[in-house]
Ligand binder design. Structure first.
Ligand SMILES: NC(=O)c1ccc[n+]([C@@H]2O[C@H](COP(=O)([O-])OP(=O)(O)OC[C@H]3O[C@@H](n4cnc5c(N)ncnc54)[C@H](OP(=O)(O)O)[C@@H]3O)[C@@H](O)[C@H]2O)c1
Length: 341
């Protein structure tokens, strides 16, 4: 059993429930020192190397977020995706094993070894590549939207963690045209030049429907939506008959309280076009995990996919502000905090 060097470590806790979308999430967070516990039989101690940040973490700070995952309790460390290395073990899991787990937002995580999943060190270019939102992106595109050869696809929120993978997955599955939307001209450039989207729209210039009509004159037949609101409404108008909509998220409402979760549905147009509108929640079933795991490494090595990500330095201390910046749209792709300072 390896021994720890000092008696304290650091963790990030929720100080009170988030009640106000206008207040950045960091105002509800504090990084504090914590005593190192002695391991119980069956437990491991993991030194975290990277922490994953996602938009939904801000929602989980409210008292009743109404999501299919547990909200953050006040006074306790947040949970979230992380990867790290076993540094002490009172279990079968050997010291030095690289692991992925959900006890993030702390420099070290302690728990039963069954909560920490060993990850192969030689399959992906780096351990941080395991912290991606590909299970959701793949499930939404492959199972819900059933994207395939010849499809014309529109992805909203396409420079975000889910969207940046969803668009690339659509291409890998044979889509003919993939159009993404994002919040700046620079992000639109990034989608086309770095991620291989066929075209991109800066939704902030307010011409989403006009641009969709220009880019897809015969209509879109798949819409992968992470934003809701006005972009959902535009997609209904731009859809071709029997288009499939995979509704993944409502960023326009989550981030600034806009109408993300409550777009108006032009019901007559939806009826006439016989739109197939399917909201979905990814449960990370073994089948969903395996389906993404099978494709991810292969598509990376074949050059069909890149892992879009932003790495934030500065250790755990920088995580709260990095979450604020994520919501302000300052990062691209999957956002990761490097824990070493
Ligand atoms: N259904 C499921 O199973 C499932 C699973 C995971 C996540 N989700 C949901 O999927 C969505 C995307 O998640 P994510 O983690 O990938 O988030 P994300 O895209 O990383 O979220 C941050 C992005 O939100 C965008 N944004 C901020 N304000 C916006 C606004 N008013 N309108 C449109 N976009 C805005 C910004 O991009 P721009 O600069 O481009 O605006 C920012 O970069 C979220 O709603 C999340 O809750 C659903």
């Amino acid at each position: 059993m390896a021994s720890a060097h000092s008696s304290t470590t650091r963790e990030c806790v929720l100080t009170s429930h988030r009640t106000d979308l206008a207040t950045p999430p960091s105002k509800y967070l504090a990084v504090r020192g914590a005593e190192r516990s002695v391991l119980e039989p069956g437990q491991v101690r993991v030194r975290n190397d990277f922490l994953q940040l996602t938009a939904v973490m801000a929602d989980l700070m409210s008292e009743n977020p109404g999501l299919p995952m547990p909200p953050y309790p006040v006074g306790a460390p947040l949970w979230g995706g992380a990867v790290g290395t076993v540094v002490e073990s009172a279990s079968e899991l050997a010291v030095g094993t690289a692991v992925q787990h959900m006890k993030g937002w702390r420099e070290e995580s302690v728990g039963d070894a069954s909560l920490f999943y060993p990850v192969p060190g030689d399959v992906l270019p780096g351990i941080e590549y395991f912290l991606n939102q590909g299970v959701t992106a793949h499930h939404g595109m492959a199972d819900v939207a059933a994207v395939g050869e010849g499809d014309v696809v529109f992805v909203s929120g396409a420079a975000g963690g889910v969207g940046s993978l969803a668009g690339q997955i659509a291409k890998a599955l044979g889509a003919r045209i993939v159009i993404g939307s994002a919040g700046s001209a620079e992000k639109a450039r990034y989608l086309v030049e770095d991620l291989g989207f066929d075209a991109a729209i800066n939704y902030r210039d307010g011409r989403v429907l006009e641009q969709l009509a220009e880019l897809a004159p015969e209509g879109i037949n798949v819409f992968f939506d992470t934003v809701g609101g006005a972009q959902f409404e535009a997609a209904v108008q731009a859809a071709s008959p029997k288009a499939r909509f995979a509704l993944c998220g409502t960023l326009a409402g989550q981030v600034d309280g806009g109408m993300g979760g409550f777009p108006r549905l032009d019901i007559m147009t939806a009826i006439v076009k016989q739109l197939n509108i399917r909201p979905f929640s990814t449960l990370h079933t073994p089948e969903q995990l395996a389906a993404w795991g099978t494709h991810y490494g292969r598509w990376l090595s074949e050059g069909k996919l890149v892992f879009p990500h932003t790495i934030i330095g500065g250790g755990l201390q920088s995580a709260p502000e990095a979450l604020d910046a994520l919501l302000r749209g300052e990062h691209r792709g999957n956002v990761l905090v490097r824990m070493a300072t």
